[in-house]
Design a binder for this molecule. Sequence first.
Ligand code: M6R
Length: 605
Amino acid sequence: MCGIVGYTGIQNAAPVLLEGLRKLEYRGYDSAGMAVVQDGRIAVSKVTGRIAGLVEKTEDGRLLPGTTGVGHTRWATHGAPTEPNAHPHTSNDGRFAVVHNGIIENYMELREELTRKGYHFESETDTEVVVHLVEMYYKGNLKQAVMRTSARLQGSYALGIVCADEPGKIFAVREASPLILGIGIGENYFASDVTALVAYTRNAIYLEDGEFAELTPDGIQVYDCAGRPIQKKISRITWDIQAAEKGGYDHFMLKEIMEQPRAVKATMAPRIKGSDIVLDDVDIDLKQINKIVITACGSAYYAGCAAKYAIEKLCRIPVLTELASELRYSDPLIDGHTLLIVLSQSGETADTIAAMRECKSRGAKTLAVVNVVGSTIAKTADWCLYTWAGPEIAVATTKGYTTQLTVLYLFALYAARKLETIDDAAYRKLLTSLKALPKLLQQALDMNPNITQLAKKYHCAYSMFFIGRNTDYAVALEGALKMKEISYIHAESYAAGELKHGTIALIHEGQPVIALCCNDSITEKTMSNIVEVKARGAEVLAVAFKDNQKIVSLADDMIFIPKVNTLFSAAVEIVPLQILAYHVAKENGCDIDKPKNLAKSVTVE
Ligand code: M6R
């Protein structure tokens, strides 16, 4: 779960690599490094910590002259974030350098073999075996050495490889880790994602698993795993440069929170034609489906938990939500009548990919809801519905979550109409409610200027409870995750009715409880739970519709959201909780866009 980037061309490579690494830093940020081929040798610079340290150490890249190079930003898996463990790794003879994103699963046996043959290891990483294999297999032809090396590797890897004896040339290899080639004029690039390329080119080639590419300033040649040249389609990158910049906001997270009305609109509008919902090329035979399983990790899983209510209510099909990391090992009861919905912002989450493959092998039909175009999950599924959220850079997802919900709501309504489980009048009414979401999200953003004050009150909390029922409970799950991942405050979500089965023992004088009360059918019940925790000294911050006066009289503090149909309320209700988490984290001086120990995309199990 790292970012890799490569450049070969006419300019000095290091500044280009640094710029690319800045864009990829969200993928991992505990150490970084670059290797540049210069005058028949390879010069390497590495730092622990952020890209800013590498910029400083190399004086903006000036200390590493040379027009071909590779760079890396790391999220440590094998070995601590130290300089020796930082990439690029170099061969013992110093003639080769390698950057890697992924995991080499058989590295222990390869390391033993290479050690026996006299290769000396300087790091604890799995990656270092790659560079020694390349050195071992190099007989004057880098392509052959790369192929022989790849054939020895098991696991997931995107690799960038340079050789001092073949200046101007980079090999980029892909197996189960994202890798995109950027086509320039007299210069070419590769990167883990398009955000690192978009400042330089809009023409890209998406490598498939098992393919590798030879980049020189004059061109790119892609090969299959047997080394046969293949022709690849050139895709246009549609994300613009501004989308990958902060645009005046202090943090990407805040920018992305604010972008939600637009992102939801972009996701929804092209799919509503008059009174019809048109879901791209999705042609699932819904009448053959007797069960829907939603699988994902983290916030994407919580989006599934929230949307489950809408799908079940409208389609009358049982919906199970399963954590991908559990589903893959659960011997799941899945067959050809199961529709598996796979949610993933990045499209590269390892557990989600594995769960999808497991279910596919059992016959499930698979529908992916993904943000990153061309990602593994998008390509592996039978059908894919993209969330047109644009790049999400902050590690904590916000617009990724709300656009996933949007797609699932569209799907629920579309499927209900196909299955004839709702009548025309209900369909039209719900479609109108759905179309209002962008406007309601904007209101939710605008109507709570008091959240900065609330953050000042609550930021010292040792822990927080998020409670709710039904759809409110699903939002509590995501609200608590947002709070803990960026503010480092312990936060627990509870189905409000469960409190008195144990957890209420933890309520004491001053304990913050965030009570979600936006599901009309069950708000009275949650209000009883508010009374119970207040009786034990809790400080209650309630989230409710503007007109809910009863809650105002019960709670210590209020956050309001505009009135929204309960089936779709999660998308609106989460917004103030994102803002609250953001301001609490800011009060606590946390690194909001890059929380400790995390990375944006979890490409390891
Ligand atoms: O890229 P994905 O949507 O598959 O990522 C899944 C989770 O890793 C992700 O949602 C994670 O929980 C976020 N950091 C939460 O903000």
